[in-house]
Design a protein around this ligand. Structure first.
Ligand code: SF4
Length: 304
């Protein structure tokens, strides 16, 4: 099995390098996905070097050593399993789940499931939350970059959220080509059916089909972070937002001075920090995982 570099360092399985705020330990199971998402390092046709997911390097470890290290640490608040759809992956991941179940640490699994039955299997194995990524929220772009039908996917999310209330997370990637309006509408739709949204910023990875696609502007990302925060906290509804002709958020109907810092922190399951998943050290972070060091950004004609 693999661990994110930051998680391995936090658990003391790697001895050098800075220790980051890792409330969640990130594990990776499987390799070379059967799916072929245009932006993913693990996609079937990706030419990215082994053991990468987004910007993060995931070194290999013996499962027994990982379990013991988690057991020794008193600071782990969540364990996240990133599942690459590939042969034998469930057997290995389920074995790991059985090994950590008695530690009583909440577990999230991020899996591309295609049916409710598949989703149930993960809950039966003791996961607390299931992450079912959407990534792309425009129907045509979904088909193009991810494959499959967005409508079917949303209907599956809805069914899962009905069966497992407050236990489903989805991920969306900002910067794939949708307008901000489309993103906000999707976030509202998910909120209405009880699905938590984790925001990611598109990160071009060398060797993937979208290696030359640009990253989103920090201004656009911040506006979507605010929208997600307001909707999630029931402080605003998509109907309260105003958009420009090209679908850019110009007003949220909320006093921007009252937006707290946590709107800009990593979002998704509780205690998820994902340090440097989308960020480059030295550049302004899209998602902050400890303290906020942001510059101002623009909403409509105002600087925030
Ligand atoms: S939001 Fe974080 S903890 Fe939850 S599934 Fe996604 S990466 Fe894992």
């Amino acid at each position: 099995m693999r661990l994110s570099y930051g998680s391995a360092r936090f658990l003391g399985l790697i001895k050098s390098g800075p220790i980051l705020n890792m409330k969640t330990i990130y594990t990776l199971f499987g390799e070379k996905c059967t799916f072929d998402c245009a932006y993913c390092a693990q996609a079937r046709t990706s030419r990215t070097s082994e053991g990468m997911l987004s910007r993060v390097v995931w070194p290999k470890f013996e499962m027994g050593d990982v379990v013991k290290a988690i057991e020794r640490s008193s600071e782990v608040k969540r364990i996240c399993l990133q599942i690459v759809s590939s042969k034998g992956v469930k057997d290995e991941a389920f074995y790991f789940l059985r090994s950590v179940r008695n530690l009583k640490i909440p577990i999230s699994a991020s899996v591309r499931i295609l049916s409710e039955k598949e989703g149930f299997e993960w809950f039966e194995q003791g996961v607390e939350r299931l992450g079912i990524a959407t990534d792309v929220v425009d129907e045509k772009l979904y088909e193009l970059y991810r494959g499959g039908e967005l409508k079917k996917h949303v209907s599956l999310l809805k069914k899962m959220a009905e069966k497992f209330p407050s236990r489903i997370t989805t991920h969306v990637i900002v910067g794939m080509g949708e307008s901000e309006k489309q993103m906000v509408e999707f976030i509202q739709k998910m909120h209405d059916i009880g699905v938590t949204v984790g925001l990611f910023a598109f990160t071009p990875i060398k060797g993937t089909k979208l290696e030359n696609h640009p990253k989103p502007s920090i201004h656009s990302y911040r506006r979507i972070q605010i929208a997600r925060y307001l909707i999630e906290e029931n402080l605003a509804n998509v109907k309260d937002f105003k958009f420009s002709e090209v679908g850019e958020i110009t007003d949220s109907g909320f006093d921007m001075k009252n937006i707290p810092d946590r709107a800009f922190m990593t979002s998704g399951c509780p205690d998820c920090t994902r340090p440097y998943y989308n960020e480059e050290p030295g550049k302004e972070s899209y998602n902050f995982f400890d303290s906020i060091k942001r510059t101002s950004f623009v909403v409509g004609d105002r600087k925030v």
